[in-house]
Design a protein around this ligand. Structure first.
Ligand code: ZN
Length: 446
């Protein structure tokens, strides 16, 4: 969108740091992809953003995104998916490997990284498959995939049904110092499509019981104990699952878990009719499960929020509730939904909310927590945490329109995202309100 070499000066924003909350309003100067001290004399060419009333925070990291490229480009591409991420305030996304072909070989991971470097506007962290072709039979060559840049291992979309094989892979993943991110949902016979509860009965749809999740989590935690492999449980949807992870963490096991915005904000009762934009795996559970997930995120026992952004074409979703594919988009509503649910409605500390999107996910990948200090990468988001806005899927940058939040009024929005020193997202308001000034040829700042 903008010239990479351009220097950027952000003035008037309140610093917002994960785990800490609001700080001062010192200006932030970005140049050459890094945060630098504000120079005594500004460079000849500089972009000045008047960010009074906004918060400047380290850009968010989404641990769970389906970019659909290669193979399903009509649903999403690396270009459109990363643009959606930037518009959502994310500086990086962790890309799930269930593409076509799947990310089960080093040359495919290298292809993805190369493609992301050329067409993506935020950092793409590729995850490699656990098994060849994601078929659950033969392990990938963990060492090769890790060496080619896979930051973790998952067969997301499914788990590995063969527990012995899974444990063998976890052993190898531990040996290379990487991590397993597990979908932790047993395949359900009879093709369940919603939670096995009151809504399944009312709508006459086949159900997915809570045990499809909790039995796998119980097994994985034992395998984590035996192998010492760093384990991350994806999209936890049940109260019991959250409790098991909390207990394992208290025992000191290297385990973490993520919750999606839709599992925090919605429960099975929100499925009033069989609308495929409310069909996802794991499904929306009970109100008690939802409340327990909110508590676990607030307490930090589930230390990560992640979208499970899963774009599908309208054509695929229009096949009807039973036949439509699982999944909803989430990148562009993540900040609004989680800030509204956790901070506005429940009074969660804003620094803790941010930590679930920054420090939690980064610790899963073994990355340091950014503090907006000199020398750090210029990965910054400007947030308007007072802005009320209405979700309009027609305005998404994502190709996916499959959101359960259409028409929702939310509080909190990313107004500008800078990734590696480049502007990857700018809300039109910044220009309309005269907050966006570009100076060139040594013009004098007033
Ligand atoms: Zn999944």
């Amino acid at each position: 969108m903008e010239q990479g070499e351009e220097a950027i000066l952000i003035t008037g924003a309140r610093r917002l740091l994960p785990g800490e909350g609001f700080g001062g309003e010192e200006p932030l100067f970005l140049r050459g992809g890094r945060i630098e001290p504000v120079p005594a004399r500004l460079p000849r060419k500089v972009l000045v953003v008047d960010a009074r009333g906004l918060a400047a925070a380290p850009a968010l990291l989404d641990l769970h995104v389906h970019l659909r490229e290669p193979g399903m480009e009509e649903a999403e591409t690396i270009a459109t998916g990363t643009q959606a991420a930037a518009a959502g305030g994310f500086g990086g996304v962790v890309a799930m490997p269930n593409t076509r072909p799947p990310m089960d070989r080093p040359e495919r991971i290298r292809w993805l990284r190369d493609r992301a470097a050329r067409t993506g506007v935020v950092t793409v962290w590729p995850v490699g498959c656990l098994t060849r072709e994601r078929a659950g039979r033969e392990p990938v060559v963990v060492e090769e995939l890790a060496a080619s840049g896979a930051v973790g291992f998952s067969d997301d979309g499914t788990t590995v049904a063969d527990d012995g094989l899974m444990e063998e892979i976890m052993q190898r993943v531990r040996e290379v110092g990487s991590r397993v991110l597990d979908h932790a949902q047993r395949e359900v016979k009879g093709s369940g499509v919603v939670h096995a509860g009151e809504v399944a009965r009312r709508l006459g749809l086949p159900g997915i019981p809570a045990e499809a999740e909790t039995e796998v989590i119980a097994c994985r935690l034992e395998q984590c104990r035996r192998t010492g492999c760093r384990l991350h449980i994806q999209h936890v949807s049940t109260a019991v699952g959250a409790q098991m992870i909390a207990r394992a963490r208290r025992e000191g096991l290297p385990v973490s878990g993520e919750v999606t915005p839709h599992h925090l904000a919605l429960c099975e009762r929100d499925i009033r009719e069989p609308d495929p934009d409310f069909k996802m795996n794991p499904p929306l559970r009970t109100e008690e499960d939802r409340a327990a997930l909110v508590e676990a995120v607030q307490a930090g026992t589930l230390e990560c929020l992640a979208t499970d952004h899963a774009p599908h074409t309208d054509r695929a979703k229009r096949r009807g509730f039973r036949e439509a594919p699982f999944g909803v988009v989430g990148l562009e509503t993540a900040v609004g939904v989680t800030f509204t649910e956790l901070v506005v409605k429940r009074g969660m500390a804003v620094g803790e909310w941010l930590a679930r999107w920054v420090s939690g996910p980064r610790s899963v990948l073994g990355l340091p927590v950014p503090r907006l200090t000199e020398g750090e990468a210029a990965d910054v988001v400007l947030l308007d945490l007072e802005r009320e806005w209405v979700v309009r899927k027609a305005e998404f940058r994502s190709r996916g329109r499959n959101t359960p939040f259409e028409g929702w009024k939310l509080v909190g929005r990313a107004m500008m995202t800078v990734t590696g020193g480049r502007v990857s997202w700018r809300h039109p308001w910044l220009v309309e309100a005269g907050r966006w000034r570009r100076y060139g040829q040594g013009a004098v700042l007033r």
